[in-house]
Design a protein around this ligand. Structure first.
Ligand SMILES: Cc1ncc(COP(=O)(O)O)c(C=O)c1O
Length: 313
């Protein structure tokens, strides 16, 4: 088996930074080695993309990403000086300054210097806000063109009553790292985590969908999954095309009985799943392919029903 490999992605080696209110050179960013987030994961982040469009660079679903970022920040008591509008404007400014059309955008809000005890909100550690932009095109799709080889992970998805799955917290990702390292050690491309009830939760960085008898299925947020923005877009694009969408818990038996399975995420877009452990899916994936084509069109500003999904730079 081949290793977990990015599929025709190109990434710039330089990064453009906006930090605490303005565009800065990387050398101007000084992070204390005792930054709280570095030790305890007490930060939140986003992954956003801009695409090349006929009207220049367009950021896909910028407002939704910034809203989720600020909701995540609120969950940890990070006091963010900027509003949603201000962070949207700062993102556009940073993409423009990068000089790239097609980019990966990484906003990060974290507790920085101050005391090392475990109540950064009460002990008033500094809060920092960063937006980093790199040129990026293609997709980071586990498995590449032939489809992703998924394995059911022995690592359980952290229950939301331990770490709320709708919060995109830095520390939450140690759960994904354990699961992905284990999957890669065993020669798979990606791990599928089950929740504490033994139902399907999600991939290490993607939501999951399955197709059965022409209907699309995904699980609800109560199943310990991120409220993925690609997930939301996929549901809307399916409904636009008259495809019925059912949102209900998914058992491993339903997963194995599916006609098609795919993962969704900003970096991955829609990734077809070739197999789950020893179980292989049919090579024909008509609904996955139709929805991925629809998603590609929408991200490039080509879907008039969803023109408001793209913010031009
Ligand atoms: C755990 C997890 N689930 C799902 C997703 C997909 O979310 P989105 O479509 O908003 O990128 C991501 C990626 O951010 C993720 O990290």
């Amino acid at each position: 088996m081949t290793a977990h490999a990015p599929f025709h992605a190109t990434e710039s080696t330089t990064t453009t930074y906006w930090y605490d209110g303005r565009l800065v050179d990387q050398s101007a960013i000084v992070i204390d080695p005792f930054a709280h987030a570095l030790h305890y994961g007490s930060g939140v982040f986003e992954g956003i993309r801009s695409y090349e469009t006929p009207r220049g660079p367009g950021v896909f679903r910028l407002r939704e990403h910034v809203e989720r970022l600020l909701e995540s920040a609120a969950a940890y008591g990070l006091d963010v000086p900027q509003s949603v509008d201000e962070l949207c404007r700062a993102t556009v400014e940073t993409v423009r300054a990068s000089g790239h059309e097609s980019t990966y955008i990484r906003p990060l809000i974290f507790f920085g210097e101050g005391k090392f005890a475990l109540a950064p909100r009460f002990q008033k550690n500094a809060t920092h806000v960063m937006i980093a932009v790199r040129g990026f095109s293609g997709t980071i799709a586990p498995g590449g063109a032939t489809g992703c080889r998924l394995t059911i992970s022995p690592v359980m998805k952290t229950p939301s009553r331990a770490l709320p799955s709708t919060v995109k917290g830095n520390g939450h990702y140690t759960n994904s790292i354990l699961a992905l390292h284990d999957a890669m050690d065993r020669g798979f491309d990606e791990a599928l985590l089950l929740n504490e009830r033994g139902n399907v939760a999600e991939g290490t960085g993607e939501n999951i969908f399955l197709v059965k008898d022409g209907r699309l299925h995904t699980n609800p947020l109560e199943e310990d999954v991120l409220n993925g923005i690609t997930r939301r877009s996929t549901i809307t694009l399916a409904k636009d095309r008259g495809i019925a969408v059912e949102i209900a818990p998914i058992s491993t038996a339903q997963l194995l009985a599916a006609d098609e399975v795919f993962l969704t995420g900003t970096a991955a877009e829609l990734v077809s799943v070739a197999c789950v452990d020893e179980h292989r899916y049919p090579a024909a994936r008509p609904i996955t392919e139709a929805l991925h084509a629809a998603y590609r069109t929408a991200t490039r500003g080509g879907d008039p029903r969803h023109a408001d999904w793209v913010t031009y730079v």
